[in-house]
Design a protein around this ligand. Structure first.
Ligand code: SPV
Ligand code: MG
Length: 290
């Protein structure tokens, strides 16, 4: 089964697919090692890793190259976060084949205006494009894909923009009609109520995708029991884990005036060399270095 087929199957087999965020290939490898079904190529994480806001500041080329690097080191599907599609429907028609060629198995495109603001920022600028315009962007993404198993996931930001359930449901259905393979419905409410109300009311035939960052109480078992959700994305846990771990170790080294104590808590250099793909290099060395 190809990576695209594995993700496609997840959208129809009724089993919840779990995707962990990554901002570089090493994080993606660790997510695969931990047993996640796929990788979320998060724009938020990549922006954060450059210490920049997630607000259409990094270029498409920067994101695309990171997706290529991630896809080349993992054997699980990569879902690429293409934000607003970096432009209009015509732009989308050019970038989708590039993401597909880079090894992504799906794109998620959101119905916000370009330049976007990140969804979970307090008082962020959340403006949506017209429904017809976004339907055109989805239809163009579908027309542009080469492999029919490459998934086009439409992301509804109506709840993030405070436009309410009716608008969110209307947009979800309009995007399904335009050909989307799944609907990512995003919410920044700190309880699952808003998202649960949407899921209960969702009349569409295609599965939903959740990013429960703001409402972490909802477990995978809870989500699976709802029956309508195909994918859960953990949106920023790699970068937050990295920030927490680096802060703690850096502070300890400053406190101790040296690395002796901190060293005991860290993965060994040998472990990092293994993660760099040492086994493959040793194989090449033994076979071809003459
Ligand atoms: C991302 O991880 O880049 C996302 C999810 O799009 S969120 O940051 O919650 O909008
Ligand atoms: Mg994003």
């Amino acid at each position: 089964m190809t990576k695209n087929q594995a993700l496609r199957a997840a959208l129809s087999n009724g089993r919840l697919f779990t995707a962990m965020s990554a901002h570089n290939p090493l994080a993606a490898k660790l997510a695969e090692e931990a047993g996640f079904d796929g990788i979320w190529g998060s724009g938020f994480e990549l922006s954060a890793s450059y210490a920049l806001p997630d607000a259409s500041i990094l270029s498409m080329a920067t994101h695309l190259e990171m997706m290529r690097a991630i896809a080349s080191v993992v054997s699980i599907p990569l879902i690429a976060d293409i934000d607003t599609g970096f432009g209009n429907a015509v732009t989308v028609g050019y970038i989708v084949p590039q993401y597909e060629a880079a090894g992504a198995s799906a794109i998620v495109m959101e119905d916000k205006t370009f330049p976007k603001d990140t969804s979970l920022r307090a008082e962020g600028r959340q403006e949506l494009v017209r429904v017809a315009e976004f339907q055109g962007k989805i239809a163009c993404a579908i027309a542009a894909r080469k492999d029919k198993d490459f998934a086009v996931i439409a992301r509804v930001e109506a709840l993030i923009a405070g436009l309410g359930q009716e608008e969110a449901l209307k947009r979800g259905l309009a995007y399904e009609e335009a050909g989307a393979d799944a609907i990512l419905i995003h919410s920044k409410q700190q309880t699952p109520d808003e998202i649960l109300a949407f899921i209960q009311a969702w009349p569409g035939k295609i599965p939903l995708v959740l990013v429960p960052t703001a409402y972490p109480q909802l477990t995978e078992a809870d989500i699976a029991a709802l029956g309508k959700v195909g994918i859960v994305i953990y949106g920023n846990h790699a970068i937050r884990a990295a920030v927490g771990a680096m802060r703690a170790v850096f502070a300890q080294i400053r406190r101790d005036g040296g690395i002796r104590e901190a060293d005991k808590t860290l993965p060994s250099v040998k472990e990092i060399i293994a993660l760099q793909g040492d086994a493959h290099m040793r194989d090449l060395e033994s076979r071809f270095l003459r």
